[in-house]
Design a protein around this ligand. Structure first.
Ligand code: COA
Length: 257
């Protein structure tokens, strides 16, 4: 149980709020477990027509909690048993529409989650990044396929390898978002889109989404990515990256090899 994920079902829209603003909505294991539960609820309950992800405070999400990375990394192996994988599986299986409302930072899974949303509203000044290589990790959530598919190999590689953010206007231009609006309007625009989707024929929309993506393939790739991610997580270069973050300094990979 965690208070850091809130859910509210209103007129067919299940709104899931990342609610840990003091840590920029960085996602802990307990939060992944709650996100998995909410996503499965969305899929299995006829009362839910649309899933809407949003963040409380000034950021969508700073990605995986880095203290959790340190804890999981020192436990060694077995990351595919972790709650994050239950959440990823639930995203691969989700055949109802998902919408995201993105203000501020969307880092790591804060960005890769958007690749599983069918409609994305970003703030023009939002900052989206996937700095897996800065953390000596590897892409997750099937982003090694979905990101290059959406924006092309070179742009996706730069996002992974240099870890620098793109803004909301760029995300819109590159096809990662449906709308880029002023930050103050993001929640309302996303809620309007979700409400509109909730009025559409539910079986038709589910069949359409199922035809547009291959859930089995996504899950197989997520597992493969998990192997690369898991072996990196226990590596000395990743430990250096996590320590550097907690000590608020740049990582030093000069001795890695
Ligand atoms: N895990 C754990 N804590 C995090 C976090 C994360 N992913 N992201 C931010 N926080 C914490 C910070 O440590 C800080 O905590 P403190 O107030 O106790 O020191 C608090 O959230 C606020 O973050 P801060 O870094 O001060 O905010 P900022 O506006 O200067 O920068 C970010 C925001 C998102 C750019 C920056 O926090 C960041 O780079 N976070 C790491 C992102 C990341 O690499 N995620 C993993 C991706 S795989």
């Amino acid at each position: 149980m965690t208070d850091h994920i809130r859910t509210e079902l209103t007129e067919g829209v299940l709104t899931v709020t990342l609610a840990r603003p003091e840590k920029k909505n960085a996602i802990t294991q307990a939060m992944y477990a709650a996100l998995a539960e909410a996503t499965q609820w969305a899929r299995t309950d006829d009362a839910v027509r649309v899933l809407l992800f949003r963040g409380e405070g000034d950021s969508f999400s700073a990605g995986n909690d880095i203290a959790d990375f340190i804890a999981l990394g020192s436990q060694g192996g077995g990351v595919t048993d972790a709650p994050v994988f239950h959440f990823l599986k639930s995203l691969a299986d989700l055949d109802k529409p998902a919408v995201a409302a993105v203000r501020g930072r969307a880092v790591g899974i804060g960005l890769t989650l958007l690749l599983h949303c069918d409609m994305v509203v970003v703030a023009e000044d939002a900052l989206l990044s996937a700095p897996f290589i800065n953390l000596a990790l590897a892409p997750e959530a099937a982003s090694s396929m979905l990101l290059p598919q959406a924006i092309g190999h070179q742009r996706a590689f730069e996002i992974f390898a240099l870890g620098e953010p793109i803004d909301g206007a760029t995300a819109l231009a590159w096809g990662l978002a449906n709308r880029a609006v002023a930050a103050a309007e993001v929640d309302a625009v996303a809620a309007d889109l979700a409400a509109k989707l909730a009025t559409r024929a539910p079986n038709s929309i589910r069949k359409t989404k199922r035809l547009m993506r291959d859930a089995e393939r996504l899950w197989a790739l997520m597992r493969r990515e998990g192997e690369a991610f898991g072996s990196q997580m226990t590596s000395p270069e990743a430990m250096e990256a996590f320590m550097a973050f907690s000590q608020k300094r740049a990582p030093d990979f000069s001795k890695a090899g």
